[in-house]
Design a binder for this molecule. Structure first.
Ligand SMILES: [Zn+2]
Length: 244
């Protein structure tokens, strides 16, 4: 009996400790997935039925920028675009990709860009995101950057929300001091809907090139783009509802 009395409280303490551990684990799991649920719910409310065109830059005869390891821009931006499409579709948006493999959309560059613009028009898209990776002579430049054009008044807000989400979400190489910037890209100039072009990082920086080649990092980038799009829709939806 004495043995039982000694073991009994020990077993109870062990059980209690396991219970607390399990509860904490559950709480941690819920907290870690909470932003996902929240962002999904916000998008479902404001943008569930929106039509979004994602444009992985380059493809086919034009591989885009190339890192020292030989990795091509077209390949990395396609992976990120597909990840982003998945997040957006989970939240109820209708997503179209301008390309789903390593192909060009026309024989020359201008017609290739025109084909991307025509797709957005054909599906009556509400939003257009072109995804690229950067290159610079100095190997030290790093960090993603969003660009917009003033031909649609909401494009600046879109680029700023995406830039904010990227700066908040990724600082592996140090703080990303880049800001959303206006740029007269042919693609952005010729779209009549909110649009942004995102340079997701520098292939000319070996450290960033290595990150950009990792699936986990590609998914993280896609997640930041997703958060930026959600914030854009929730912000513009409240403007539509209240007039402010
Ligand atoms: Zn590019």
């Amino acid at each position: 009996m004495g043995t039982v009395r000694n073991i009994g409280p020990g077993a109870v303490r062990l059980f209690a400790a396991l219970l607390v551990f399990t509860l904490l684990l559950g709480l941690f799991y819920n907290l870690s997935t909470l932003p996902l649920r929240k962002e999904m719910a916000v998008l479902a409310r404001h943008a569930g039925q929106r039509i979004i065109v994602l444009d992985p830059g380059h493809g086919g005869f034009d591989g885009g920028a190339r890192g020292l390891s030989g990795v091509e821009e077209e390949e990395i931006v396609l992976a990120v675009a597909k990840d982003l499409a998945w997040y957006l579709e989970q939240a109820g948006a209708r997503v179209f990709l301008t390309r789903e493999e390593d192909v060009e959309l026309a024989e020359d560059k201008v017609e290739d860009l025109n084909a991307r613009i025509r797709l957005a028009e054909a599906v009556a898209a509400d939003l257009f995101l072109s995804i690229h990776a950067n290159s610079f002579p100095s190997p030290y430049e790093y960090g993603a950057q969003s660009f917009y054009c003033h031909n649609h008044p909401a494009s600046e807000t879109l680029a700023k929300e995406i830039q904010g989400a990227l700066v908040e979400g990724i600082d592996i190489l140090g703080y990303n001091y880049r800001e959303a910037q206006e740029a007269e890209y042919y693609l952005l100039r010729n779209l009549e809907i909110p649009a942004a072009l995102i340079e997701i990082g520098f292939l000319s920086n070996p450290r960033e090139e290595a990150l950009l080649s990792q699936r986990a990092y590609q998914k993280r980038l896609a997640w930041c783009l997703f958060v930026g799009v959600v914030r854009f829709f929730s912000r513009t939806a409240s403007v539509e509802e209240t007039g402010y």
